[in-house]
Design a protein around this ligand. Structure first.
Ligand code: HEC
Length: 140
């Protein structure tokens, strides 16, 4: 008669693990579409971000200062994007200083914000977890 030994359970778990892994690795990444950015420029932009201490008032993925809004996904926001970022840096508001950055610094900073945007969504309400445990955009 067939009896289930720990060895059988081990083999079954390994098989399930391999099947699950193959499903995961064959899923297209939702973040890889239309998200091409210049790596070196983005790196320089991060230094600009640090030099002017944007993080003291703004957040990336909800972490940072809370005087200004989260900027993780501002780049792809259809109501904001590059135009608003440039305008804010140039003019500022009563609460945000105008930075008068050099064009080169602005371009690097834009690339950094683009790369931050490409890394995912900051607002957890914007995605749901599917049956494989992966995140995908929330249609609602
Ligand atoms: C002293 C705090 C402070 C610093 C430092 C600061 N900001 Fe801001 N920023 C704000 C505040 C406050 C707002 C919201 C302004 C408003 O709505 O009147 C804002 C708004 C913005 C917006 C528009 C956001 C939106 O959703 O409309 C952008 C883009 C922005 N900041 C970029 C930057 C960048 C880039 C840096 C660094 C170079 C920076 N900020 C540094 C306080 C700051």
């Amino acid at each position: 008669m067939f009896t289930i030994t720990p060895k059988h359970i081990f083999i079954a778990l390994c098989t399930l693990f391999l099947i699950y892994s193959s499903f995961i690795y064959n899923q297209p990444s939702i973040h890889s579409k239309n998200k091409i950015f210049h790596q070196k420029r983005a790196g320089e932009g991060k230094l600009v971000w640090q030099k002017y201490n944007c993080q003291s008032c703004h957040q990336l993925y909800g972490l940072g200062g809370y005087l200004g809004p989260d900027l993780t996904n501002i780049y792809s926001n259809p109501q904001k994007g590059e135009v608003v970022i440039r305008a804010m840096l140039e003019s500022g508001t009563r609460q945000m200083p105008s930075f008068k950055l050099k064009e080169d610094e602005v371009l690097s900073l834009l690339e950094f914000l683009k790369s931050a945007d490409a890394s995912g969504r900051a607002d957890p309400r914007e995605f749901k977890v599917n049956e494989l445990g992966l995140t995908e955009p929330n249609e609602n």
